[in-house]
Design a protein around this ligand. Structure first.
Ligand code: SF4
Length: 107
């Protein structure tokens, strides 16, 4: 599936990374190797950090929009994001279509 990149989004506009609770966390937890064994505990530890993060929404949005396949982003695992991404893309397409229609009607 091709990545749809919307250049109209300025991800650093609000600089959500400044709010990231993981800025000083052990990145090993956020990018575990595999999804079994000790990786399960690392993913859970990363998700606990995400639960306290003020940037969880823009982080997840960024991860979905840029198709971040590895690691924990926005409180979601790789598998959870794969499932979320289909519905996110459908909603995004719908929003873009509505914006396009609105622009046409305004002209
Ligand atoms: S939601 Fe999680 S991965 Fe994203 S910035 Fe916050 S702590 Fe980091």
């Amino acid at each position: 599936m091709a990545l749809i990149w919307n250049r109209g989004i300025d991800w650093d506009e609000e600089d959500w990374r400044e709010e990231a609770a993981c800025r000083n966390a052990d990145l090993e937890f956020f990018f575990p190797i595999g999804v079994t064994g000790i990786a399960i505990d690392q993913i859970d530890a990363a998700k606990r950090v995400c639960q306290m993060c003020d940037a969880v929404e823009p982080c997840l949005e960024f991860a979905l929009a840029t198709n971040q396949e590895s690691g924990v982003w926005g409180g979601t695992s790789e598998e959870e994001r794969r499932k979320l991404r289909k519905s996110w893309l459908a909603a995004r397409r719908q929003t873009l279509l509505l914006q396009k229609e609105h622009t046409k009607q305004s002209l």
